[in-house]
Design a protein around this ligand. Structure first.
Ligand code: NAD
Ligand code: IPM
Ligand code: MN
Length: 342
């Protein structure tokens, strides 16, 4: 018998919990097809913090790091905790502590439509840049450091080149090395080195400001976009707008060098959506497609593909939540997708 794959479930806050509720039956469906999977639901998030004072303790982090294979994450963020400390101590700690350098945020048209098919993959560095959270606020002056290290930059770019080569797509690096001479200078130098090592990939570097203009004007011309943590965050939300908005965009992060047992975290691109949380309005598609990315990461390609087809088919047949102009609740959308799984 296979050793079960152990997946920690962290719904988090607001809409995170609502969309997680629609992903869990997809994991159970994979199990019903013979996948050995053990699910570990965990309470970390605003409610748990307010009740216990714990965000993610050192021992809870170590248990995740050494005791599970992957994490499925909803979202964190709560209006009662405006400084976002719990989000930092849970989500950023997991990304950074587990060394999950590569964050893949694919953006593909979900249902057939007019115009050229969109097929963009954003490879976002997931642990560094300004997310190192080093800085200071002084009278009349504020500092946010952005730290970029060559191993992480190299890991992210290597993954982006491999992704572009595998799918025969052009690769574009987003940077601002014209201003950020040190940090983005490093990105450009490693990019040029890898470009020479990967002649099979059509690769170019673009200033991020010009890239955004070109991306909006002609998204079909882009394939893989590689970016640092900060630019990648912004570019991936823009790309989500091409396919229907925040509710449908998936992501997965991993550590290509796999320093720990827990080497992947899948989560939708969106946050806890406090404006619609608790109303059954959140679109579960981003979360369910993130679950599909996790299946693919685990080598469960048939289940990943079937889940993606079920999402496209449900949407093409008119199942839509309100953000996409429909009337389905979160639960009804989840069911419409699951009803297409065999
Ligand atoms: P958000 O992604 O939560 O919401 C932005 C907009 O998108 C809102 O109008 C919201 O209603 C809509 N939206 C988001 N998810 C949706 C879904 N599943 N279905 C339909 N519509 C959806 O971003 P925000 O409002 O800037 O942030 C809210 C909180 O979430 C903040 O605390 C923020 O820090 C946090 N956040 C967390 C994550 C994460 O956990 N990965 C990501 C982004 C934001
Ligand atoms: C995301 C979010 C996070 C980020 C926040 C909540 C820290 O916007 O996952 O894209 O900036 O990475
Ligand atoms: Mn973001």
């Amino acid at each position: 018998m296979d050793i079960p794959v152990s997946i920690a479930l962290i719904p988090g806050d607001g809409a995170g919990g609502e969309v997680m509720a629609e992903a869990i039956p997809c994991l159970e469906w994979a199990r019903s097809r013979g996948r050995e999977v053990e699910l570990l639901p965990l309470p970390y998030g605003a409610e748990h913090f307010l009740a216990t004072g714990e965000t993610l303790s050192d021992s809870a982090f170590a248990d995740l790091r050494d005791g599970c294979d992957a994490i499925l994450f909803g979202a964190v963020g709560d209006p009662r905790l405006p400084d976002g400390r719990h989000a930092e101590e849970i989500l950023l700690r997991l990304r950074q502590g587990l060394d999950l350098t590569v964050n893949l945020r694919p953006c593909r048209a979900l249902a057939p439509g007019p115009g050229p098919a969109l097929d963009i993959e954003v490879f976002r560095e997931n642990t560094e840049g300004p997310y190192c959270l080093e800085g200071s606020t002084e009278p009349g002056r504020a500092v946010d450091l952005a730290i970029h290290t060559e191993p992480a930059v190299r890991r992210l770019l290597e993954a982006a080149f491999q992704g572009a080569a595998a799918r025969r797509r052009p690769l574009t690096l987003a940077h601002k090395a014209n201003v950020l001479k040190h940090g983005h200078g490093l990105w450009l130098r490693v990019f040029e080195e890898l470009r020479k090592a990967h002649p099979e990939v059509t690769a170019r570097a673009m200033h991020a400001d010009a890239l955004l203009c070109a991306l909006v004007q002609n998204p079909g011309a882009f394939g893989v976009i590689a970016a640092d943590n900060y630019l990648g965050d912004l570019i991936s939300d823009l790309c989500a707008a091409f396919i229907g908005g925040m509710g449908v965009a998936p992501s997965i992060s991993w550590a290509p060098h796999r320093p720990f047992r827990c080497a992947a975290l899948a989560e939708p691109v969106h946050g806890s959506a406090p404006d619609i949380a608790g109303q059954g309005r959140a679109n579960p598609v981003g979360m369910i497609l993130s679950t599909a990315l996790l299946f693919r990461h685990l080598g469960w390609e048939p289940e990943a593909g079937a889940l993606e087809v079920a999402v496209s088919d449900a949407l093409a047949n008119g199942a839509k939540t309100r953000d996409l102009g429909g009337t389905h609740s979160t639960a009804a959308m989840g069911k419409a997708i699951r009803d297409r799984l065999t």
